[in-house]
Design a protein around this ligand. Sequence first.
Ligand code: GRF
Length: 208
Amino acid sequence: ARVVVLISGHGSNLQAILDAARSGRLEGLVEVVGVVSNRKRAYGLERARNYDVPTDIFTLAAYREQGKTREDYDAALAERIRSQYRPDLIVLAGWMHILSPAFLDAFANQVINLHPALPGQFDGAHAIDRAYEASRRGEIDHTGVMVHYVIPAVDQGAPIVTRTVPIYPTDTVDTLEERIHSVEHDLLIDGIIRYLNHRKSGPFELSA
Ligand code: GRF
């Protein structure tokens, strides 16, 4: 499958995909055909170049300067990705821009996201910090990670795969974050494999 990865930053999850595609669980299943960043200085761009994967930088600011809207940006981004890469699947891996229907309608059921929380908990930004705070208040003793379909409501699309991550009394926010990230790097690959298996069995249906 032709996969495009969208990033905004560090790109450790992109690295997990690149490694798995080259010589791991995605070998022979996935070709990363492009990496698109909405931030010029995203370190993940470097990771893509190291693997000879084509990169694109596509910033909202450049559109705003021309007096264009967010929807214009989303539509142009979709068109760029469609014409340049013809992807089967688009993976959001640390992509910090909320995609509107102007983008999502162009790729129905073809966009998946990784989020460091369980379904229905801690949607949106700072999910790890908020889970940590809740654990310190004694409200929870675990959080989790999920891979899910992307819909306009942030982090609320149907889950594809989830995994629970314990929060220990001895944790700091940093140790929790580290534990979550190492789960993410593995679960994202599970999510992609599940997505591709599901796809083979016929046209997509969203399981509520
Ligand atoms: C991850 O925690 C991901 O779940 C969240 O942003 C972070 C990205 O990390 N949406 P990286 O850029 O892949 O290292």
